[in-house]
Design a protein around this ligand. Structure first.
Ligand code: MOS
Length: 750
């Protein structure tokens, strides 16, 4: 069996539509600065089942662990009744605050550490939220562990949780130091002849990546190997060493493939140290599979927001005053926030600007990153508001956005390294057919379908991180790149292969890329759309050194064998560190310390963002109010695109998720308990194929030679930004109903 699979050669086949998309991507490639549409180099491994995800690694004679989570939303454990659980055949250990493991805590990610939360599990009997990890059962089999976990019962002393906005007992924390101001918003808004003031709400969203959370710990002597889905093996290594009180050199974190990250695997899970400590104590490898339900509360999530936008414009449509205020839910202990207003107030020119931010501390788990963490919720507010004022002004919503386009950062006047928003609107609008748009509400309806078109802008800051790489090239022309970065299913293996091949003048098939192991030179956390820009910039340095040592020129036809002959050795290896513009020269050292140093975006002395335009069509059934999105076109300009095919997939993936954000996704919180009521993927709805009949992403060519040596802006997140507003705006066009809370559902339109 295994042998058959090993020898199976995947033959790439494509349906006509995919073929079509690839061809249009290839046309884009001819347009310059867009890399070849190379198929994923890791594709055959994945489709033949050879790619090993964290839970797939076999370890000798493992024990199996199962998490036990709290069934109350706030309180204190007063007793643990474990008699029945202990009787289950094969149970080896039951841990809780009453039988603690030998592990401590690492610092919270948002406070400069690595952990998803600031507290240590099992440290005390307190229950902070519904679904918190309060126990761990370890047994000889998965079934025994689950059976014992089910037989375990906790007595609680409970009090009422304050789990949602507006609940009695939540605590508001204002953050005046996050306020951005330009000019005098209040008087500018008062004076503006046309204005709107609206409140918006976005729902809590929970990560449901295809790959479930899991962890395997395997000790050999004092050396620990951990297999865990991760977007940041180096950070996990450093944080776990702290939690276990051991030398980080004794820990290896292994994660070559990730089945969807999206931010959910970016900070160190609380259960990793529990599993490692249990394995240390029991003297056997321990494997944990976190169930889909448990993943809803034991990992991070995208918190709900409430926003207020006040926007004032002149009769000519030029924005005179923009205010964006946000409230975000967070846990009691941790002040996690995303503050998307930093990006929304940089979208358009405006004379006066003001932002406000507050967190609302509630009895819930600590939130965390989810694809464009800041921009996804806050562009729903901004881009809905822009549509509202376009109506007030009786202006075309595309024209209004173009009118307020700016080539300098509206807050501090610093120029953008490049900004091709107008071109995104032009190309996206042409492909979508925007010239046929008629603005009157309901004017495009057909038979039983209310049809609306909507548009929104999209953006994502260009962020970068220091990065180190090691590259080896040998006389046969085979190269190897090693870096502890990640491919989250995004195409990183492929684009880094392409970068090395291009820099060294060899074929992609001659390049092997090794990622996702903490022993490799520390690379970027796979977050913030930073991987490609940072890694390619580091690759360029290492490859230049290799070329210089070999005496070869980039882009010329080289006889590599002759060059190696002159060089006098059969192989050459270079390690390189890259420091992003604006960062301290020794910034790469922070990588070794498990610190994330992300630079870029608004704080720097340049302003770099990628931009996009999203066009959506909605059809709402006149009788049933069923909402469909039959068509969507996104056009994005993000500097150099390494691979037209993987880039397009990234954009489309983001846009699909945007449909979910607009119409499907909400973790329904029971305000009485703080429990998520739909903690499974049959009730936590995400878009499926039938929800996405026709979607296209256009790569708008853009050259940016200022942003970083690679000229890359990053595309992992921008695809989702603005999608929810473009759909809500289309719903308004179809029905005249302005819906300011997402997800929008059928009952909102009754
Ligand atoms: Mo991304 S939400 O920074 O993994």
């Amino acid at each position: 069996m295994a042998d058959d699979r090993m020898t199976f050669e995947a033959t790439p086949t494509m349906d006509i539509e995919t073929q079509d998309k690839v061809e249009s991507a290839e046309r884009a490639a001819e347009n310059g600065n867009v890399g070849a549409a190379l198929s994923r180099v890791d594709g055959p491994l994945k489709v033949t089942g050879q790619a090993r995800y964290a839970a797939d690694f076999a370890v000798p004679n493992p024990l199996y662990a199962h998490l036990v989570i709290s069934t109350v939303g706030k309180g204190r454990i007063t007793a643990i009744k474990d008699e029945a659980a202990r009787k289950v055949k094969g149970v080896r250990a039951i841990y809780s605050h009453a039988n603690k493991l030998d592990s401590g805590s690492a610092k919270f990610f948002a406070a400069g550490g690595q952990a998803q939360q600031s507290w240590e599990p099992f440290a005390e009997p307190d229950v902070r939220f519904y679904g918190e990890t309060v126990g761990l059962v370890v047994a000889e089999t998965i079934l025994a562990a689950r059976e014992a976990a089910a037989a375990l019962s906790f007595d609680y002393e409970t009090s009422d949780p304050a789990a949602v906005f507006g609940a009695d007992g939540v605590e508001r924390q204002d953050m005046p130091d996050k306020t951005i101001t330009k000019g005098d918003f209040t008087s500018a808004f008062e004076a503006a002849p046309v204005k709107i003031a609206s409140d918006y709400e976005t729902a809590p969203n929970v990560h449901n990546a295809m790959e479930l959370f899991a962890t395997t710990a395997h000790w050999v002597g004092d050396k620990l190997t951990v297999y865990v889905p991760s977007q940041w093996v180096k950070g996990f290594q450093i944080g776990l060493a702290e939690e276990l009180g051991i030398d980080e050199a004794n820990i290896e974190i292994v994660c070559p493939f990730v089945g969807g990250g999206f931010g959910g695997k970016g900070s160190l899970f609380t259960w990793v140290s529990l599993i490692a400590a249990a394995s240390r104590e029991l003297g056997r490898p321990v494997k944990l599979y976190v169930t889909r339900e448990q993943g809803f509360t034991t990992a991070s999530f995208r918190a709900e927001t409430r926003q207020r936008v006040r926007l004032g414009a002149g009769e000519d449509g030029r924005f005179q005053a923009l205010e964006h205020a946000g409230e975000e839910l967070t846990s009691r202990a941790d002040n996690y926030f995303v503050n998307g207003q930093e990006a929304t107030v940089r979208m358009y020119q405006a004379d006066a600007i003001r932002t406000e931010l507050a967190t609302i501390h509630a009895d819930r788990q600590t939130p965390g990153f989810m694809r464009a963490p800041a921009e996804t919720p806050y562009f729903f507010g901004l881009e809905s508001a822009v549509d509202e004022i376009a109506r007030e002004l009786s202006m075309d919503p595309v024209e209004l956005r173009i009118k307020n386009d700016t080539m300098v950062d509206p807050v501090d006047g610093v120029p953008y390294t490049s900004r091709s928003l107008k071109e995104c609107f032009r190309q996206g609008g042409e492909a979508f057919g925007w010239s046929n748009y008629t603005p009157e509400i309901g004017s495009m309806n057909e038979d039983e379908w209310l049809i609306g078109w909507g548009v929104a802008t999209s953006t994502y800051p260009t962020q970068m991180s220091p990065c180190t790489v090691r590259i080896h090239l040998d006389v046969t022309g085979e190269a190897r790149l090693q870096v502890a970065s990640h491919d989250l299913g995004t195409g990183a293996y492929t684009v880094l292969t392409q970068a090395v091949a291009e820099e060294l003048g060899i074929e992609p098939s001659q390049v092997r890329v090794e990622l996702g192991d903490s022993r490799l030179p520390p690379g970027t956390i796979a977050g913030g759309s930073i991987t490609t820009a940072s890694n390619v910039s580091a690759i360029m340095i290492a490859c230049e050194r290799i070329r210089n040592r070999l005496g070869i020129e980039k882009g010329s036809d080289t006889d590599l064998a002759a060059a190696f002959d002159r060089f006098g050795q059969a192989g050459i290896e270079e390690y390189a560190e890259w420091t992003p513009p604006g960062a301290k020269k020794d910034a790469p050292k922070t990588l070794y310390n498990g610190k994330v140093k992300i630079v870029g975006g608004p704080e720097e002395d340049y302003t770099a963002f990628a931009f996009g335009a999203i066009f959506s069509e909605v059809r709402i059934n006149k009788y049933t109010r069923e909402i469909r999105v039959p068509r969507m076109t996104g056009a994005f300009a993000a500097g150099r695109i390494m691979n037209a095919k993987t880039a397009k997939s990234q954009y489309l993936g983001g846009m699909v998720w945007g449909i979910g954000h607009a119409l499907h996704e909400v973790a329904e919180v029971d305000p009485r308990t703080g429990a998520y009521m739909n903690d499974n993927i049959s009730e936590y709805l995400v878009p499926v194929n039938a929800d996405v009949p026709n979607m296209d992403a256009i790569i708008v060519p853009e050259v940016d030679d200022k942003v970083n040596p690679a000229g890359v802006k990053g595309i992992g997140e921008i695809g989702i930004v603005g999608v929810a507003a473009s759909i809500a705006n289309a719903v308004h066009h179809a029905t005249g109903k302005r819906l300011r809370r997402i997800p929008i559902r059928l009952d909102d339109l009754v």
